[in-house]
Design a protein. Structure first.
Length: 215
């Protein structure tokens, strides 16, 4: 399962509010739908939110059908809408600033197609950077995990919270793939039960021993 996937002109988002009972996706075709998905916690986890916002920003340009002279004003509106979705998400604002920086670099470009492609490429790079960082975290974290370990997790810091692989669960995955004897205790995480619904689900799918605890 992937939290999100770019489809070329839309963003496929896994609705995490329905897990683990139902696997359902939203195909966001404009920035407003991406904003709604973030607000409703269909996509959650700081890295995933950041990548989703970046693609939402790109969609703001892709779906724009007005005059090029008014694009700057339109993109400011897009940025504001996405920024208000999750005020506490640091990655959200970091990703939007990065997209805005690229947009500013294009201030004298008159080829609308090029503008769109550059913004898509920047969002792709944000997503790819997250993938690479997650695998590096897994490798580094695995180096301090003993051959036998009981690990307690809180909330969900897995593939569903990122673009791919996970941060805390990335370490656990790397240890498991190294044939270490890993047992995970996942706190249920109230009130949204990310540990019970998401972490436990991810670990079970990877066949990593997990026990859900009422914490």
């Amino acid at each position: 399962m992937k939290a999100l996937e770019w489809m070329g002109d839309s963003l496929k988002i896994l609705d995490q509010t329905r897990l683990p009972i139902e696997i359902k996706y939203r195909l966001a075709t404009n920035y407003e739908e991406v904003a709604e998905a973030i607000e409703k916690m269909e996509v959650r986890g700081a890295p995933a939110i950041g990548a989703a916002a970046a693609y939402g920003y790109a969609l703001g340009a892709i779906k724009y059908d007005g005059e090029l002279a008014n694009l700057k004003e339109h993109m400011e509106k897009v940025q504001k809408r996405l920024a208000e979705t999750r005020p506490t998400a640091v990655n959200l604002f970091w990703a939007l600033r990065r997209m805005e920086d690229r947009m500013r670099e294009l201030h004298d470009v008159t080829d609308f197609g090029k503008i769109k492609q550059v913004l898509i490429s920047e969002a792709d790079q944000i997503a790819e950077d997250d993938r690479q960082v997650n695998y590096l975290i897994g490798e580094e974290g695995n180096s301090i995990i003993p051959e036998e370990a009981n690990i307690l997790t809180h909330c969900n810091a897995g593939a569903l919270a990122t673009v791919e692989y996970g941060t805390a669960l990335g370490v656990i995955r790397a240890a498991h793939r190294s044939n270490k004897k890993i047992n995970v205790y996942a706190g249920e995480t109230r009130p949204f039960l990310q540990g019970a619904r998401l972490t436990a689900l991810e670990l079970m799918k990877d066949e990593i021993p997990v026990t859900l605890i009422a914490d």
